[in-house]
Design a protein around this ligand. Structure first.
Ligand SMILES: Cc1ncc(COP(=O)(O)O)c(C=O)c1O
Length: 390
């Protein structure tokens, strides 16, 4: 049977990691990775996470099954961080998932179960896994251009056009903050206009919040999500703790669903649990137990918040350094999150690697956490040499 399979293309980012490791030049710079890096180039286990792991090691007395909903105390404790303290009137339900990816997949399957003819509107470029996840759940994905990379501007008229021509009940995937791959987030004014369009055309937002706290701060990064949920009557939110707690391989996330009527919450909840059961049965516990332990402790929470602020400041410091090194890169300091996406060809990305030891994705996506402020000059010189800047 397996001879019937076709080969799939290798993951180009993994190839980039290998090429970087094999490069022996001293000044090489890795802007290709998809994770946070500190000033030493490491992706460390956060101090709060270490403290929580120590606590769990000493106190955890059972590893019995928790059920398809996972750790519900984890799900509850995250809620005020994401949503603030609104009165959802019993219309919000959450379940633990294996990372933000699991939350997106579960949300996609829930939509499929509710109405298989739902279309999912996706602004491009987007995280490369978005379209395949919704497609795998047999939903139709309708892509529309969301930014113009040459000018690094949102194509807001294209967003308005896409939302205005959607059918009632269609789902709109929105990056809550720190857009991956562009770093280009909507302004609050644009978010408010989006909220109006969602309401006017009876569309359902599906907010992907994977980088809360890595843009400006926890509160500010949650502001668009909170405003949208105030405005609409139904929504989904896929949340990842993998970046803001540095728990990548532990696979920690949650899916929250807001229903129109409180009476429908049980249906949403039981469907989410049933879909989880046939996908992964139960989510992995360790990462969620770490996050819960941190959020249950005032001391560990304070440490986590301080560490997250440091991470955020480092990324924005690198953004400022690069923007200051070349007027043409000023847009980088206005963007947020780990990524920005230069408008360069695959050939130019290859030349930056081969001639200058500067590694970024072929798409021109670069991870600002992969550099040091002192690297800004070398990056600008290389971009100038390859004709990307004046
Ligand atoms: C926009 C976006 N959403 C979701 C995810 C998935 O995160 P996780 O690693 O928690 O599955 C990522 C990961 O890179 C992402 O960039």
């Amino acid at each position: 049977m397996f001879e019937e399979l076709n080969n799939r293309p290798a993951d180009s980012l993994l190839a980039l990691i290998k090429a970087f490791q094999a490069d022996e030049r001293a000044g090489k710079i890795d802007l290709g990775v998809g994770v946070y890096r500190d000033a030493m180039g490491r992706t460390p286990v956060m101090r709060a996470v270490k403290a929580a792991e120590q606590f769990l090691l000493e106190t955890q007395d059972s590893k019995k099954y928790l059920g398809p909903e996972g750790d519900l105390q984890f799900v509850r404790l995250l809620q005020p961080i994401i949503f603030g303290q609104p009165a959802f009137g019993g219309r919000l339900v959450g379940i633990q998932t294996p990372g933000g990816s699991g939350a997106l997949r579960l949300g996609a399957e829930l939509i499929q179960a509710a109405n298989p003819s739902t279309k999912v509107l996706l602004g491009t470029p987007s995280w490369p896994n978005h379209a395949p996840i919704f497609g795998s759940a047999r939903l139709t994905v309708k892509e529309y251009p969301f930014v113009d990379l040459a000018s690094q501007q949102v194509k807001f008229e294209s967003v308005v056009e896409a939302l205005s021509s959607a059918n009632k009940g269609d789902v709109v995937l929105l990056h809550g903050c720190c857009h991956n791959p562009t770093g280009i987030d909507f302004t609050m004014e644009e978010w408010r206009r989006i909220a109006e369009l969602l309401v006017a055309h009876k569309l359902v937002p599906f907010i992907d919040l994977a980088y809360q706290g890595l843009g400006d701060c926890l509160e500010q990064d949650a502001a668009p999500t909170r405003m949208i949920l105030e405005a609409v009557d139904e929504a989904l939110v896929a949340y990842s703790c993998d970046k803001n707690f540095g728990l990548y391989r532990e696979r920690v996330g949650a899916l929250y669903v807001m229903t129109r009527n409180a009476g429908d919450i049980g249906k949403a909840e039981s469907n989410m649990a049933a879909l989880a059961r046939v996908n992964w049965s139960m989510p992995p516990d360790h990462g969620a137990a770490i996050v819960r332990t941190i959020l249950e402790s005032a001391e560990m929470s304070a440490t986590w918040r301080a560490e997250l602020e440091e991470m955020c400041e480092r990324v924005n410091g690198n953004r400022a350094a690069l923007a200051a090194a070349a007027p043409d890169l000023a847009f980088i300091s206005r963007q947020r999150g780990l990524f920005s996406n230069l408008s360069i060809s695959r050939e130019t990305a290859a030349a930056l690697r081969a001639r200058h030891g500067i590694y970024m994705a072929d798409s021109g996506r670069m991870n600002l956490a992969g550099m040091q402020p002192a690297d800004a000059g070398a990056i600008v010189t290389a971009l100038q040499a390859e004709g990307c800047l004046k």
